[in-house]
Ligand binder design. Sequence first.
Ligand code: APR
Ligand code: PHB
Length: 386
Amino acid sequence: MRTNVVIIGAGPAGLMLGRLLELAGVDAIILERKSPDYVLGRIRAGVLEQGTVDLMDRAEASTRLHAEGLIHHGIELSFDGDRHRLDFTKLIGRHVMIYGQTEVTRDLMNVRKAPTIYEAEDVELHNFDGHSPHVTYKKGGITHRIDCDYIAGCDGFHGVSRQSVPEKALTTFERIYPFGWLGILVDQPPVADELIYAHNARGFALCSQRSHTRSRYYVQVPADENVENWSDTRFWDELRLRLNPETAKALKTGPSIEKSIAPLRSFVAEPLRFGRLFLAGDAAHIVPPTGAKGLNLAMSDVATLADALIEATIEKSQAGVDAYSAKVLQRIWKAERFSWWMTSLLHTFPETGAFGRRIQRAEFDYLCSSHAAQQSLAENYTGLPS
Ligand code: APR
Ligand code: PHB
């Protein structure tokens, strides 16, 4: 087989890249190791920046998003019960859209016409440091080979693409946080119209939502915590203790339909191009979820990569592919900074002493009293220019 671009991974990054190339007349084959149901079964966040909504429009995959997505004009921060609303629209004239990442993935799957090979095992990348790369994979016990011009590694943090890069050619930067997020999904109306990010001496908490009838809640737990230790009752009791009393009283509880613990990590790989191989999305970087940047960063990566690969394939110009790594890393590090800052402000760190807690409080008080600080948070949360 031969194509212009082999995309490894059919998560949101790979599917969006595939769609943008398809619409530009660039051939691309997506190889995904799991089944479509498995990919759609993963519960992920759902805060979309305007840039991501615009990209879904460009991909002609946004009908359901505009019909079912919820526009949020702000968020609430709560610090030891003291509440402060940030009105993004008043502050900087922008907003975000609440629409699950699973739905984004489903919509991109539904519009795709070009081939996606699911359950492709043992994907291997070859000769991407030369002029004629190829990829092999196994399916039905047979080994297949695809010759191509470029390979896009959109296979997430544990994927084969970054692992295929020689160690000496790659530099990685990492911060692993000493805690995780225990999250539940419940078919109950959300406790508030907007998201609530809460700092509390007992730990962080987040009140989020998927729709007017489905809610998502998180509490900070130690990194080695076991989800088995958490009954729904224990979860609700702990969440109430971390929220402002009025919010706690308004909580509509019920049986969880999903419950899991996600570790928190900041990670960046540099560079993001190795000859004919490009990394994008979680294959290139991980952000802690506190800034709601994971999906949006993956989308802005592939928007830049798609333009570069279209330029290289259609106009035979290398300018975009040569500039790709430096360009997206600029935006990646700004999103990493914001996500780390939100995590540092809102979580309790075992090693933080009394001085550290006073600093967190002062950071919150400054934020509540400074229009400029609020605008800065609003700019970062709604999405920095790409
Ligand atoms: N071969 C083929 N496919 C693979 C391989 C492999 N060796 N390894 C992983 N994959 C697939 C995974 O099964 C997954 O479907 O690559 C896909 C990667 O998708 P994601 O992990 O969703 O990564 P990405 O598309 O970059 O999306 C980033 O996902 O984790 C969230 O917060 C993150 O929102 C961000 C978004
Ligand atoms: C979610 O809805 O799952 C969610 C929302 C905002 C975040 C993280 C997760 O910052």
